[in-house]
Design a protein around this ligand. Structure first.
Ligand code: HEM
Length: 165
């Protein structure tokens, strides 16, 4: 992202952060409207989770100029999301839901700001998906190593065939 785009996202978030709870409430509403099948993956009471989500978003926005610092924590978050049932396509649903929520809570909105936000959110999702991929690869490794740990199979004595008798 360019320094100008980062500045626009930060300025936009400053206004949104005055009511972060309203933003995250709208985000979950938009996401579950677009993909109702995701609702059962989440706890019935979303309030605690909303706090975590708001904190994560605010941390990312504050660090947009040096996202490399957050790459590993975001990979870890993505790895944890594998266990919660998040799949790659779901992240696009989440991205568009977040953009819709931000748009609905913004007084000023234009194509440039939408592109800026889409770039910022994509910058969150990419390391999360990388972390998910590593988590899945490690699960495959763990499974493969259980095969290697098994003792070599001993050859079974072959029953005499009728031809040999
Ligand atoms: C922009 C992308 C996303 C961000 C920044 C994000 C952020 C977070 C955060 C910060 C938490 C709380 C982690 C904790 O408690 O330690 C969380 C939990 C969770 N997220 Fe996401 N998330 C994203 C996308 C998704 C997607 C696409 C799904 C789709 C299924 C999802 C499903 C969940 C679930 C099920 C939980 C755990 C709920 C529980 O505590 O049982 N998230 N997310």
């Amino acid at each position: 992202m360019t320094p100008d785009a980062i500045a626009r996202v930060k300025a936009s978030y400053d206004t949104l952060a005055r009511d972060a709870l309203a933003l995250s409430t709208r985000f979950y509403e938009e996401m579950f409207r677009a993909a109702p099948k995701l609702r059962p993956l989440f706890p019935a009471d979303l309030l605690a989770l909303q706090g975590h989500f708001e904190a994560a978003l605010s941390l990312v926005v504050r660090n947009l100029q040096e996202m490399s610092v957050l790459a590993q924590p975001l990979r870890d978050l993505g790895a944890a999301h594998v266990g919660w049932g998040a799949r790659p396509d779901d992240y696009l649903v989440a991205r568009e839901a977040l953009i819709a929520a931000i748009r609905s809570r913004s007084a000023a909105w234009d194509e440039t700001l939408e592109q800026d936000w889409r770039a910022a959110i994509t910058g969150i999702i990419v390391p999360m998906l990388e972390g998910a991929a590593v988590e899945t690869a490690m699960a495959a490794e763990r499974l493969a190593s259980t095969l290697e740990a098994q003792p070599p199979r001993t050859l079974q004595a072959k029953p005499p065939s009728t031809l040999e008798r």
